[in-house]
Write a protein that binds this ligand. Structure first.
Ligand SMILES: C=C(O[C@@H]1C=C(C(=O)O)C=C[C@H]1O)C(=O)O
Length: 393
């Protein structure tokens, strides 16, 4: 849908926003591939001021910033998991809309993995056990707990080549890179989950919850999918998400169409339960307003939201940062795509920091949830050149 949404490609020369970080002219500041095409942003023309966002609200501030820009401008970037933390949203200086076919040449030099740290994480197993106790005795029904993993290479990671490999692995996903202003770090990932996509006023959300790893043997793989589709635990986890989104969307959209049950969605490494929700976005609102109305869903946070978020802060050792947030773009008409920021890594020099989470409910098993996070790491591990097929660590 990208091609239809960019009114034209344009380039401006004057740097008007003194708060904007110096643009990286040599490298893309934003890449977002979906449906076979990629939006590539270069440089930073203006950044969304955190103070303005606090004053107006993030959605209105984003729309206002875009309204001040010339036709063809887009807003791109990331919103953290924690809504109280500052987003990194910017208007690229120049945007290209290109077919992915021409971009996945695979000619990039790849780094060689030297060390993987944190594959077995006993702290996560303890935290999952504590969460189950709290769910059984308290008011939280579901909480998503995440853990991290570090992968060190022999030389600097190249975000573009990791992005290309992620796309090749799962072309149906949303593959992205964002150059972060601090420390020359980048976030790269391939999200299977569209939180809000808007085209000509029509809103689509495709939440996922309920997961099983893909298996190499075809018959076993089909069997795993069938088990997932019939799993009461996974269907209940999924139901929390659909209920949350259907309620939350009513503040920004009408004419909701919500299927009665989920479908199976395969990615390169995982099976997921997914429900395609459609609605008509209220006039004057944008895709970011819709995404923010839903975020964070119980697929990444839990249910009820506030209590689950408090439990995450208590049980996870570090703040999530942009993992579990939103990544995407929006044009001046409010059209755009915002995906859940997961199956991702922060690349900083030769270090890649990965995050993955799993939904914990009353009848969860902490070891199974550890295995589920291990399976979710595989998307990024594969793109980094680590083969962990079949491993439950
Ligand atoms: C938390 C993650 O994934 C989320 C949780 C899922 C689940 O609990 O089944 C499925 C997809 C995502 O919404 C992750 O990939 O890190």
């Amino acid at each position: 849908m990208n091609a239809q949404l960019l009114e034209n490609h344009h380039e401006e020369t004057a740097v008007e926003d003194p708060s904007a970080p110096t643009p990286r002219t040599d490298e893309a500041t934003f890449r977002f591939a979906s449906y076979g095409r990629a939006l590539i942003g270069h440089g930073i023309k203006a950044t969304l001021d955190a103070e303005r966002a606090r004053r107006l609200g993030l959605g209105p501030a984003a729309r206002q910033l875009l309204a001040e820009r010339p036709p063809g401008s887009i807003l791109a970037g990331v919103v953290p998991f924690d809504r109280a933390a500052d987003p990194f949203l910017f208007v690229p200086q120049q945007v290209e809309d290109l077919p992915m076919r021409g971009l996945t040449h695979g000619g990039q030099e790849t780094s060689t993995v030297a060390e993987v740290v944190g594959e077995y994480n006993p702290q996560f197993i303890c935290a999952a056990g504590a969460a189950i106790d709290r769910i059984k005795t308290g008011t939280v029904e579901k909480v998503v707990l995440a853990r991290s993993l570090e992968v060190f290479a022999d030389k600097e990671w190249n975000p573009e080549s990791v992005w290309q490999r992620l796309y090749q692995q799962n072309p149906a996903g949303h593959s992205f890179t964002i150059g972060l202003p601090q420390e020359e770090a980048s976030i790269v990932g391939n999200s299977p989950e569209l939180i809000a996509g808007v085209l000509r006023g029509q809103l689509t959300s495709h939440p996922l919850a309920g997961s099983a790893p893909r298996l190499t043997d075809r018959t076993q793989d089909q069997k795993a999918a069938a088990v997932l589709a019939g799993s009461a635990k996974n269907l209940a986890e999924h139901e929390f998400v659909v209920r949350h989104i259907s309620t939350a969307l009513r503040s920004v959209a009408k004419d909701l169409i919500v299927p009665s049950g989920p479908d199976l969605l395969p990615t390169g490494q995982m099976w997921h339960l997914g429900t395609l929700i459609r609605a008509s976005l209220y006039k004057g609102l944008g895709s970011l307003d819709a995404a923010l109305a839903i975020h964070p869903t119980p697929a990444i946070c839990g249910s009820p939201t506030a209590a689950a978020q408090a439990l995450i802060s208590e049980l996870e050792p570090d703040a999530r940062g942009f993992y579990g947030g939103l990544v995407g773009w929006m044009n001046r008409d409010g059209e755009g795509e915002w995906a859940l920021l997961l199956r991702s890594a922060v690349l900083n020099g030769n270090r890649a920091t990965l995050h993955a989470g799993a939904g914990i409910v009353a009848d969860s098993d902490p070891f199974d949830e550890h295995s589920e996070t291990a399976a979710k790491f595989r998307t990024m591990l594969c793109a980094l050149g680590v083969d962990r097929a079949g491993s439950s660590l």
